[in-house]
Every structure is written in C-alpha cells, then in structure tokens.
Design a protein around this ligand. Structure first.
Ligand code: CA
Length: 121
C-alpha cells in the first residue's frame, strides 16, 4: 500500500505542488472541504477558504511540503479530534493544540505551520 505522503513526495518530484494534489483530492470528495470525509482539515485561508490539506486520526504531516509550508490559516476537525501544529518540520519548534473549529488560527500561528498531527479520541 502506498501512503498518501509517498504519493505527494513522488508527485512533488515530478514538479507538481502539494496543493495541486490536495486540490484534486478535495474536488473529488462528496463534501468538498467538509469535515466528514477526513478527521482533520487545514485550510489555506481563514474562514475555511482556499485549498485544503487533510489528515486522518493518528496520522500526521511530518512536513506539509513546499506548497503548504507556512500557509495554513484555519482548521476544522471531526468532533473528538484535535490538531497539534508545529512551527517547524519534523514536529519541531513551538507547538499548539487546536480543538474544534478555528476560523482563524490567530496572528501568532497564521502562515507559520510546517508540520501537524491529527489526534482523535
Ligand atoms: Ca494562509
């Protein structure tokens, strides 16, 4: 089984950006950008706008990729889930837990996140 991360890395190597890949994925979802298909969703803009980067319970983005680095501005997640976001790749640097919906991650975290984990009860 090929993991999503491997697919992204391969496609990135082919010159496609992470956001191209995830845009295509979001477009094919029954509810684009909605909280039901994925446990945790990050958004490019505040108010759940722009492209989405998704993850499921117990999984993380060790690095969101060049197309997503320092881009996330809002989060949404399934009930019972939380997102731990990190300033740097490999879950390094300052971190913060977001629980529930955040229309805006705040000035301190806006366009700063490089890795994150989706954790659910
Ligand atoms: Ca942004």
């Amino acid at each position: 089984m090929v993991s999503k991360l491997h697919v992204v890395l391969v496609l990135t190597g082919l010159g496609l950006t992470t956001s191209n890949v995830l845009d295509a994925q979001a477009a094919g979802a029954p509810e684009p950008g909605g909280p039901r298909r994925h446990d945790c969703i990050g958004y490019e803009h505040r108010d759940f706008g722009g492209a989405t980067i998704t993850q499921n319970a117990g999984r993380g983005w060790r690095y969101v990729g060049g197309g997503w680095n320092d881009k996330i501005s809002s989060f949404r997640m399934r009930n019972g889930c939380g997102i731990r976001a990190y300033q740097h790749r490999d879950y390094q640097g300052d971190s913060k837990v977001f629980r529930g919906s955040y229309r805006y991650v705040g000035d301190l975290w806006n366009d700063q996140i490089s890795s994150w984990k989706c954790q659910c009860d």
